[in-house]
Ligand binder design. Structure first.
Ligand code: FAD
Ligand code: NAI
Length: 471
């Protein structure tokens, strides 16, 4: 059906970047088609990323809480058993509900959904190898590339998603491993490591850098969460580089070396999670047919309006610059369509929040202390511990702090860093404040309901330009 008619816009990839752009374009009245090869919409995030991992994080946290944290609350529980198959089923229910929801939104907004693999034939034509068999091709005035990213493999280890896994295997294990080694203490390593540690695995995280959580995480906050996760049973080897692995035997052997050279060690695991980052995905896209190249990191190069050197071909999401986050991909999907339909669009890359969904959660937006120091910016810091917050105390969940960083002279907020209960929701307020150019005093003079965790947020702001009341 699509072969004859020329579209206003064809989008390759139905992940968060692609599907959001498709809906936005449909709403604007464009004739739009979205090509997705997975068979379901929503991309990495909905199918094998954000959504399934958060389902497992939520339910494994509940299990862990019931096992270890009920007695002193006055709740005596009997025999607690893990039913991993049902836990996985609950995950699948959330995933399928959400991916089908996008199909519904496509219909509602007049987006044509083409199930298959797209490849450029020329600058205006995409051939599609259909999932159900056969081929078709679509012509379009404009094309968006939104093909996302994939896990970076570790040289020498063969990913079978059973013994040597990426995050995709880590959301689908059929039994709890006895020993798990995680290569990379970034967000995936800590979230998925947490899940399996809570469910009973002995988890060791090997991280090349001197801190966990990646370089964006504030160093003070990183130290705090590492202590908390250690208390929960996870083990960490920092400043340690994984050199090689051997997966030929029953277990997997991982050889490590001190990052600065020297001390070597071999770790043994039933399951090894490779979580050393993700890389842009463009294979099979036929970029050579239109003369588009990727940079040294595999990213498609674009200008500020998401255009490649072929101006009617734009790129959004993980496959181009910026943090590999779903909400960043979503913002770009909207902005790229607005550039097309209105001639202007906007994403503030300085105010994109990050959240790590461990317990407690870690969340931040803006710059961290080590970045400000390196840039020579004069700043003030103010923080407030959840141990002094009334709601956290009533919830018996008091680990963590809120920390504000603001300009020494103007008090304008430069960054907010939280480790603590509900940090992922609380960071929205910080993001809004940053977006509006608020000062820490603006936040502190805003009334926050009592008793809520958000009062810790207000008091941390207060501690930045004055003194906190309750600490
Ligand atoms: P993708 O979601 O990767 O979508 C690209 C789609 O394009 C894929 O479905 C792919 O099949 C399709 N495709 C590729 N090539 C072709 C082709 N030639 N033809 C047709 N289709 C094609 N981010 C967050 O913000 N919060 C989180 O909590 C979070 N958790 C995560 C947990 C895990 C385990 C992982 C792996 C990632 C997580 N992320 C999270 C990151 C998030 O998933 C990505 O940033 C987001 O999915 C990027 O969206 P995208 O549309 O650019 O790419
Ligand atoms: P990452 O880049 O966050 O972390 C990878 C870590 O591995 C780094 O700290 C790095 O120093 C370390 N490393 C690399 N090579 C190593 C080696 N040989 N030995 C030891 N350590 C090594 O990548 P990760 O965790 O794979 O996640 C990929 C991306 O997915 C994230 O950057 C994020 O954009 C996205 N994501 C987001 C989530 C969220 O928002 N909650 C959840 C999960 C993923």
């Amino acid at each position: 059906a699509s072969e004859a008619e020329e579209k206003d816009l064809v989008i390759i990839g139905g992940g968060v970047a692609g599907y959001v752009a498709a809906i936005k374009a449909g709403q604007a009245g464009l004739k739009v088609a979205c090509i997705e090869k997975r068979g379901t919409l929503g991309g990495t995030c909905l199918n094998v990323g954000c959504i399934p991992s958060k389902s497992l994080l939520n339910n494994s946290h509940l299990y862990h809480t019931i096992l270890h944290d009920t007695k002193h609350r006055g709740i005596d529980v009997g025999d607690v058993k893990l039913n991993l198959a049902t836990l996985m089923k609950a995950k699948e229910t959330s995933v399928s509900g959400l991916t089908k929801g996008i199909e519904f939104l496509f219909k509602k907004n007049g987006v044509e959904y083409i199930k298959g693999t797209g490849a450029f034939v020329d600058e205006h034509t995409v051939a599609v190898n259909l999932i159900e068999g056969g081929e078709t091709s679509v012509k379009a005035k404009n094309i968006f590339i939104a093909t996302g990213s994939e896990a970076t493999p570790f040289p020498g280890l063969t990913i079978d998603e059973k013994k040597v896994i990426t995050s995709t295997g880590a959301i689908a294990l059929q039994q709890v491993p006895k020993k798990m080694v995680v290569i990379g203490g970034g967000i995936i390593g800590l979230e998925m490591g947490s899940v399996w540690s809570r469910l009973g695995a002995e988890v060791t995280v090997v991280e090349y850098l001197g801190q966990i959580g990646g370089p964006g995480m504030d160093a003070e906050i990183s130290k705090m969460i590492q202590k908390m996760l250690t208390k929960q049973g996870m083990k960490f080897k920092l400043n340690t580089k994984v050199m090689s692995g051997d997966d030929s035997g029953e277990t997997v052997k991982i050889s490590t070396e001190a990052a600065k050279g020297g001390k070597e060690e071999t770790l043994d695991a039933d399951v090894v999670l490779v979580a050393i980052g993700r890389r842009p995905y463009t294979s099979g896209l036929g970029l050579e047919n239109i003369g588009l190249e990727t940079d040294d990191k595999g990213r498609l190069v674009i200008d500020q309006e998401y255009r490649t050197k072929i101006p009617h071909i734009r790129v959004i999401g993980d496959v181009t610059f910026g943090p590999m986050l779903a909400h960043k991909a979503e913002e770009e999907g909207v902005a790229a369509v607005e550039f097309l339909t209105k001639g202007y669009g906007h994403v503030n890359y300085g105010a994109i929040p990050s959240v790590m969904y461990t317990h407690p959660e870690v969340a931040w937006v803006g710059q961290n202390e080590q970045e400000l120091k390196a840039a020579g910016v004069k700043y003030k810091a103010g923080s407030f511990p959840f141990s002094a917050n009334s709601r956290a105390k009533t919830n018996l969940d008091t680990e963590g702090i809120v920390k504000f960083l603001s300009d020494a002279e103007t008090d304008r907020i430069l960054g907010v860093h939280i480790v603590g209960p509900n940090a992922g929701e609380m960071i929205a307020e910080a993001t809004l404040a940053l977006e509006y150019g608020a000062s820490s005093e603006d936040v502190a003079r805003t009334s926050h309901a009592h008793p809520t965790l958000s009062e810790a947020f207000k008091e941390a702001a207060m501690a930045t330009y004055d003194k906190a009341i309750h600490y």
